[in-house]
Design a protein around this ligand. Structure first.
Ligand code: MRU
Length: 351
Protein backbone atom coordinates (compact mmCIF):
# COMPACT_ATOMS: atom_id res chain seq x y z
CA UNK A 1 0.00 0.00 0.00
CA UNK A 2 1.37 3.41 -0.95
CA UNK A 3 1.48 6.30 1.48
CA UNK A 4 1.18 9.59 -0.39
CA UNK A 5 4.12 11.99 -0.10
CA UNK A 6 3.61 15.50 -1.47
CA UNK A 7 7.32 16.17 -1.98
CA UNK A 8 8.35 16.54 -5.66
CA UNK A 9 12.10 17.02 -5.55
CA UNK A 10 12.82 17.64 -9.22
CA UNK A 11 10.41 18.33 -12.04
CA UNK A 12 10.47 19.55 -15.65
CA UNK A 13 8.29 22.68 -15.85
CA UNK A 14 8.06 25.08 -18.85
CA UNK A 15 11.47 24.11 -20.27
CA UNK A 16 13.37 24.44 -16.97
CA UNK A 17 14.31 21.88 -14.32
CA UNK A 18 12.61 22.98 -11.09
CA UNK A 19 14.12 21.52 -7.92
CA UNK A 20 13.84 21.88 -4.16
CA UNK A 21 16.97 23.64 -2.87
CA UNK A 22 18.30 21.05 -0.40
CA UNK A 23 21.11 23.27 0.84
CA UNK A 24 18.71 25.45 2.85
CA UNK A 25 16.29 22.86 4.26
CA UNK A 26 14.87 22.62 6.89
CA UNK A 27 15.28 26.32 7.75
CA UNK A 28 13.77 27.40 4.47
CA UNK A 29 11.72 25.68 1.75
CA UNK A 30 12.33 27.09 -1.72
CA UNK A 31 12.63 25.85 -5.29
CA UNK A 32 15.14 26.92 -7.91
CA UNK A 33 14.80 26.84 -11.69
CA UNK A 34 17.81 25.42 -13.51
CA UNK A 35 17.93 26.78 -17.05
CA UNK A 36 21.21 25.51 -18.59
CA UNK A 37 23.38 22.39 -18.40
CA UNK A 38 26.12 24.52 -16.81
CA UNK A 39 23.75 25.55 -14.01
CA UNK A 40 22.81 21.88 -13.68
CA UNK A 41 26.47 20.88 -13.29
CA UNK A 42 26.76 23.21 -10.28
CA UNK A 43 23.35 22.28 -8.86
CA UNK A 44 24.58 18.67 -8.69
CA UNK A 45 28.12 19.48 -7.52
CA UNK A 46 26.95 21.91 -4.82
CA UNK A 47 24.19 19.51 -3.78
CA UNK A 48 21.18 21.74 -4.40
CA UNK A 49 19.95 18.40 -5.73
CA UNK A 50 21.46 15.25 -4.20
CA UNK A 51 20.72 11.58 -3.67
CA UNK A 52 21.48 9.01 -6.36
CA UNK A 53 18.11 8.69 -8.18
CA UNK A 54 17.49 12.48 -7.98
CA UNK A 55 20.84 13.28 -9.57
CA UNK A 56 20.06 10.62 -12.20
CA UNK A 57 17.00 12.68 -13.21
CA UNK A 58 19.06 15.89 -12.89
CA UNK A 59 21.47 14.40 -15.45
CA UNK A 60 18.53 13.57 -17.74
CA UNK A 61 17.19 17.14 -17.46
CA UNK A 62 20.71 18.50 -17.93
CA UNK A 63 20.96 16.84 -21.35
CA UNK A 64 17.52 18.22 -22.32
CA UNK A 65 18.68 21.73 -21.31
CA UNK A 66 21.88 21.30 -23.34
CA UNK A 67 19.81 20.19 -26.36
CA UNK A 68 17.55 23.26 -26.09
CA UNK A 69 20.58 25.56 -26.00
CA UNK A 70 22.48 23.82 -28.82
CA UNK A 71 19.39 23.73 -31.04
CA UNK A 72 19.41 27.55 -31.08
CA UNK A 73 22.77 27.81 -32.85
CA UNK A 74 23.45 24.46 -34.61
CA UNK A 75 21.69 23.22 -37.73
CA UNK A 76 23.89 20.24 -38.63
CA UNK A 77 22.63 17.06 -36.91
CA UNK A 78 25.98 15.30 -36.51
CA UNK A 79 27.55 18.44 -35.03
CA UNK A 80 24.57 18.71 -32.65
CA UNK A 81 24.96 15.08 -31.54
CA UNK A 82 28.69 15.39 -31.01
CA UNK A 83 28.32 18.61 -28.94
CA UNK A 84 25.48 17.02 -26.96
CA UNK A 85 27.76 14.09 -26.10
CA UNK A 86 30.44 16.51 -24.88
CA UNK A 87 27.92 18.30 -22.67
CA UNK A 88 26.83 14.91 -21.32
CA UNK A 89 30.42 14.05 -20.35
CA UNK A 90 30.66 17.41 -18.61
CA UNK A 91 27.47 16.74 -16.61
CA UNK A 92 28.74 13.27 -15.61
CA UNK A 93 31.90 14.79 -14.17
CA UNK A 94 29.94 16.77 -11.52
CA UNK A 95 29.89 13.88 -9.00
CA UNK A 96 31.64 10.51 -9.42
CA UNK A 97 30.04 7.93 -7.10
CA UNK A 98 26.30 7.67 -7.84
CA UNK A 99 25.99 5.61 -11.01
CA UNK A 100 22.45 6.91 -11.59
CA UNK A 101 23.95 10.15 -12.92
CA UNK A 102 25.87 8.23 -15.60
CA UNK A 103 22.76 6.08 -16.25
CA UNK A 104 20.58 9.18 -16.78
CA UNK A 105 22.99 11.02 -19.07
CA UNK A 106 23.89 7.89 -21.10
CA UNK A 107 20.18 7.08 -21.69
CA UNK A 108 19.59 10.55 -23.12
CA UNK A 109 22.68 10.51 -25.35
CA UNK A 110 21.69 7.09 -26.68
CA UNK A 111 18.11 8.26 -27.29
CA UNK A 112 19.37 11.36 -29.14
CA UNK A 113 21.52 9.29 -31.46
CA UNK A 114 18.73 6.77 -32.17
CA UNK A 115 15.95 9.31 -32.76
CA UNK A 116 15.02 9.77 -36.40
CA UNK A 117 14.22 13.31 -37.46
CA UNK A 118 15.64 16.79 -37.10
CA UNK A 119 17.24 18.55 -34.13
CA UNK A 120 13.91 19.91 -32.87
CA UNK A 121 12.40 16.44 -32.94
CA UNK A 122 15.38 15.03 -31.02
CA UNK A 123 15.09 17.79 -28.40
CA UNK A 124 11.37 17.09 -28.01
CA UNK A 125 12.08 13.36 -27.57
CA UNK A 126 14.66 14.10 -24.84
CA UNK A 127 12.24 16.33 -22.92
CA UNK A 128 9.46 13.75 -23.17
CA UNK A 129 11.79 10.99 -22.01
CA UNK A 130 12.72 13.10 -18.95
CA UNK A 131 9.07 13.49 -17.97
CA UNK A 132 8.50 9.75 -18.47
CA UNK A 133 11.52 8.88 -16.28
CA UNK A 134 10.32 11.25 -13.53
CA UNK A 135 7.00 9.40 -13.34
CA UNK A 136 8.70 6.00 -13.52
CA UNK A 137 10.98 6.94 -10.61
CA UNK A 138 7.99 7.46 -8.30
CA UNK A 139 6.32 4.25 -9.50
CA UNK A 140 9.53 2.26 -8.96
CA UNK A 141 9.87 3.68 -5.43
CA UNK A 142 6.33 2.69 -4.56
CA UNK A 143 6.98 -0.85 -5.79
CA UNK A 144 10.14 -1.02 -3.67
CA UNK A 145 8.14 0.32 -0.75
CA UNK A 146 5.60 -2.47 -1.07
CA UNK A 147 8.25 -5.21 -1.27
CA UNK A 148 10.25 -3.72 1.57
CA UNK A 149 7.23 -3.30 3.86
CA UNK A 150 6.80 -7.09 3.81
CA UNK A 151 10.02 -7.59 5.79
CA UNK A 152 9.37 -4.88 8.41
CA UNK A 153 8.36 -6.57 11.68
CA UNK A 154 5.21 -5.32 13.43
CA UNK A 155 5.95 -2.32 15.62
CA UNK A 156 9.59 -2.23 14.45
CA UNK A 157 12.05 0.56 15.10
CA UNK A 158 13.99 1.09 11.86
CA UNK A 159 17.37 2.79 11.71
CA UNK A 160 18.31 4.73 8.58
CA UNK A 161 21.42 6.65 7.57
CA UNK A 162 21.70 9.79 5.40
CA UNK A 163 18.61 10.66 3.35
CA UNK A 164 17.27 8.08 0.93
CA UNK A 165 13.86 9.67 0.86
CA UNK A 166 11.59 11.65 -1.45
CA UNK A 167 14.33 14.29 -1.43
CA UNK A 168 16.88 11.83 -2.82
CA UNK A 169 14.55 10.74 -5.65
CA UNK A 170 11.80 12.42 -7.65
CA UNK A 171 9.39 11.50 -4.87
CA UNK A 172 8.47 8.86 -2.23
CA UNK A 173 12.03 7.64 -1.66
CA UNK A 174 13.87 4.33 -1.60
CA UNK A 175 14.73 3.51 2.04
CA UNK A 176 12.20 6.09 3.26
CA UNK A 177 9.76 4.72 0.66
CA UNK A 178 9.99 1.35 2.45
CA UNK A 179 9.35 3.18 5.73
CA UNK A 180 6.38 5.10 4.23
CA UNK A 181 4.80 1.88 2.91
CA UNK A 182 5.44 0.05 6.20
CA UNK A 183 3.91 2.96 8.16
CA UNK A 184 0.80 2.91 5.95
CA UNK A 185 0.28 -0.75 7.00
CA UNK A 186 1.40 -0.38 10.59
CA UNK A 187 1.36 3.09 12.20
CA UNK A 188 3.16 1.73 15.28
CA UNK A 189 6.54 1.60 13.50
CA UNK A 190 9.19 4.17 14.46
CA UNK A 191 12.38 5.49 12.93
CA UNK A 192 15.82 6.32 14.28
CA UNK A 193 17.68 8.69 11.93
CA UNK A 194 21.48 9.05 12.04
CA UNK A 195 22.44 12.73 11.76
CA UNK A 196 25.02 11.83 9.04
CA UNK A 197 28.10 13.96 9.47
CA UNK A 198 29.46 15.99 7.82
CA UNK A 199 26.57 17.36 5.74
CA UNK A 200 23.79 16.31 8.13
CA UNK A 201 21.43 14.88 5.50
CA UNK A 202 19.86 12.73 8.25
CA UNK A 203 19.32 15.63 10.65
CA UNK A 204 18.37 18.24 8.06
CA UNK A 205 16.47 16.25 5.46
CA UNK A 206 15.32 12.87 6.82
CA UNK A 207 13.83 14.27 10.03
CA UNK A 208 12.10 17.02 8.02
CA UNK A 209 10.63 14.54 5.55
CA UNK A 210 9.48 11.95 8.05
CA UNK A 211 8.05 14.29 10.66
CA UNK A 212 6.21 16.18 7.88
CA UNK A 213 4.48 12.87 7.13
CA UNK A 214 3.75 12.26 10.83
CA UNK A 215 6.13 9.29 11.10
CA UNK A 216 7.61 9.17 14.64
CA UNK A 217 11.34 9.85 14.29
CA UNK A 218 14.21 10.06 16.78
CA UNK A 219 17.40 11.82 15.73
CA UNK A 220 20.68 10.29 16.96
CA UNK A 221 24.31 11.16 16.27
CA UNK A 222 26.28 8.74 14.08
CA UNK A 223 28.29 7.23 16.93
CA UNK A 224 25.19 6.20 18.89
CA UNK A 225 23.87 3.42 16.65
CA UNK A 226 25.68 0.46 18.26
CA UNK A 227 24.64 1.66 21.74
CA UNK A 228 20.96 1.57 20.77
CA UNK A 229 21.44 -1.76 18.98
CA UNK A 230 22.97 -3.26 22.13
CA UNK A 231 19.94 -2.08 24.12
CA UNK A 232 17.62 -3.97 21.73
CA UNK A 233 16.11 -0.70 20.53
CA UNK A 234 16.70 -1.20 16.77
CA UNK A 235 14.92 -4.01 14.89
CA UNK A 236 16.20 -3.44 11.38
CA UNK A 237 18.29 -1.10 9.23
CA UNK A 238 17.24 0.24 5.80
CA UNK A 239 19.50 2.54 3.79
CA UNK A 240 19.80 3.64 0.16
CA UNK A 241 22.65 3.15 -2.30
CA UNK A 242 24.73 5.20 -4.71
CA UNK A 243 26.25 2.31 -6.62
CA UNK A 244 25.94 -1.46 -6.27
CA UNK A 245 28.62 -3.67 -7.84
CA UNK A 246 27.82 -6.95 -9.62
CA UNK A 247 28.59 -8.88 -6.40
CA UNK A 248 26.27 -6.74 -4.24
CA UNK A 249 28.96 -4.60 -2.56
CA UNK A 250 27.23 -1.26 -2.01
CA UNK A 251 28.48 2.32 -1.88
CA UNK A 252 26.36 4.64 0.22
CA UNK A 253 26.92 7.72 2.38
CA UNK A 254 30.02 7.62 4.57
CA UNK A 255 29.18 5.89 7.86
CA UNK A 256 26.90 3.25 6.30
CA UNK A 257 29.64 0.59 6.56
CA UNK A 258 29.98 1.24 10.30
CA UNK A 259 26.21 0.81 10.74
CA UNK A 260 26.34 -2.47 8.76
CA UNK A 261 29.14 -3.89 10.93
CA UNK A 262 27.25 -2.95 14.10
CA UNK A 263 24.05 -4.52 12.71
CA UNK A 264 25.87 -7.79 11.89
CA UNK A 265 27.37 -7.96 15.40
CA UNK A 266 23.93 -7.50 16.96
CA UNK A 267 22.13 -9.85 14.52
CA UNK A 268 19.96 -7.07 13.14
CA UNK A 269 18.79 -7.33 9.49
CA UNK A 270 20.52 -4.78 7.25
CA UNK A 271 18.71 -3.92 3.99
CA UNK A 272 19.62 -1.77 1.02
CA UNK A 273 16.71 -0.20 -0.92
CA UNK A 274 17.65 0.84 -4.45
CA UNK A 275 16.27 0.76 -7.99
CA UNK A 276 17.97 -1.58 -10.48
CA UNK A 277 19.43 1.53 -12.18
CA UNK A 278 21.78 1.81 -9.15
CA UNK A 279 23.43 -1.50 -10.07
CA UNK A 280 26.65 -1.15 -12.05
CA UNK A 281 27.03 -4.58 -13.62
CA UNK A 282 30.25 -3.45 -15.33
CA UNK A 283 32.17 -3.59 -12.06
CA UNK A 284 32.84 -6.86 -10.27
CA UNK A 285 33.20 -5.57 -6.71
CA UNK A 286 32.99 -2.48 -4.54
CA UNK A 287 36.75 -1.97 -4.80
CA UNK A 288 36.17 -0.45 -8.25
CA UNK A 289 33.61 2.14 -7.11
CA UNK A 290 35.06 5.69 -7.34
CA UNK A 291 34.66 7.46 -4.02
CA UNK A 292 34.07 11.20 -4.05
CA UNK A 293 36.45 13.30 -1.94
CA UNK A 294 34.56 16.38 -0.79
CA UNK A 295 35.57 19.80 0.46
CA UNK A 296 37.54 19.83 3.70
CA UNK A 297 35.42 22.69 4.92
CA UNK A 298 32.54 20.24 5.41
CA UNK A 299 34.60 18.73 8.25
CA UNK A 300 36.41 21.76 9.65
CA UNK A 301 33.30 23.96 9.86
CA UNK A 302 29.82 23.76 11.33
CA UNK A 303 27.42 26.50 10.27
CA UNK A 304 30.33 28.57 8.97
CA UNK A 305 32.36 28.34 12.21
CA UNK A 306 35.74 26.61 12.57
CA UNK A 307 35.43 23.68 14.98
CA UNK A 308 39.00 22.38 15.06
CA UNK A 309 42.67 23.38 15.09
CA UNK A 310 43.52 25.34 11.93
CA UNK A 311 46.54 23.22 10.86
CA UNK A 312 44.96 19.78 11.37
CA UNK A 313 44.96 17.30 8.43
CA UNK A 314 41.58 16.50 6.88
CA UNK A 315 40.29 13.63 4.72
CA UNK A 316 36.65 13.73 3.65
CA UNK A 317 35.41 10.78 1.57
CA UNK A 318 31.70 11.22 0.82
CA UNK A 319 30.91 7.50 0.64
CA UNK A 320 32.02 4.09 1.87
CA UNK A 321 31.43 0.58 0.58
CA UNK A 322 29.52 -2.03 2.57
CA UNK A 323 30.73 -5.54 1.63
CA UNK A 324 27.95 -7.84 0.40
CA UNK A 325 28.35 -10.29 3.32
CA UNK A 326 26.95 -7.64 5.67
CA UNK A 327 23.79 -7.15 3.58
CA UNK A 328 20.63 -9.16 4.36
CA UNK A 329 18.82 -8.18 1.17
CA UNK A 330 18.60 -5.59 -1.60
CA UNK A 331 15.07 -4.25 -2.00
CA UNK A 332 14.41 -3.42 -5.67
CA UNK A 333 11.36 -2.79 -7.86
CA UNK A 334 11.57 -6.45 -8.94
CA UNK A 335 11.55 -7.87 -5.42
CA UNK A 336 14.05 -8.43 -2.62
CA UNK A 337 17.37 -9.82 -3.85
CA UNK A 338 19.07 -12.26 -1.49
CA UNK A 339 22.60 -13.72 -1.34
CA UNK A 340 24.33 -14.87 -3.35
CA UNK A 341 23.91 -11.43 -4.87
CA UNK A 342 25.90 -12.15 -8.00
CA UNK A 343 23.22 -14.62 -9.06
CA UNK A 344 20.18 -12.73 -7.75
CA UNK A 345 21.36 -9.45 -9.35
CA UNK A 346 21.94 -11.19 -12.67
CA UNK A 347 18.50 -12.78 -12.60
CA UNK A 348 16.78 -9.49 -11.69
CA UNK A 349 18.51 -7.63 -14.52
CA UNK A 350 17.59 -10.34 -17.02
CA UNK A 351 13.90 -10.64 -15.99
O1 MRU B 1 25.93 12.96 -0.87
P1 MRU B 1 24.48 12.62 -1.05
O2 MRU B 1 23.57 13.35 -0.11
O3 MRU B 1 24.05 12.74 -2.49
O4 MRU B 1 24.42 11.09 -0.65
C1 MRU B 1 23.18 10.44 -0.70
C2 MRU B 1 23.22 9.05 -0.23
O5 MRU B 1 24.25 8.49 0.13
C3 MRU B 1 21.92 8.31 -0.30
O6 MRU B 1 21.80 7.40 0.75
C4 MRU B 1 21.88 7.54 -1.63
O7 MRU B 1 22.08 8.44 -2.69
C5 MRU B 1 20.64 6.82 -1.83
S1 MRU B 1 19.33 7.90 -2.23
C6 MRU B 1 17.91 7.12 -2.54
Amino acid sequence: MAFESKIKTIEWVDNVSRMIDQTVLPKEYKTVDIKTDKEMFFAIKDMIVRGAPAIGIAGVHGVSLAAIELSKSITDKSEFLSKLKERGEYLKSSRPTAVNLMWGVNQQIELASKTQGNIDEITKALIENGIKLENEDIEINKKMGDYGAQVVPKGATILTHCNAGALATVGYGTALGVIRSAFAKDPTIKVFADETRPRQQGARLTTWELTSDGIPTTLITDGMCSYFMSKGMIDMVVVGADRIAANGDTANKIGTYTVAIAAKYHNIPFYIAAPLSTIDISIKSGKEIPIEERSHEEVTHINGDWICAKDVNIINPGFDVTPNELITGIITEKGILKPDFKTSINNALKS
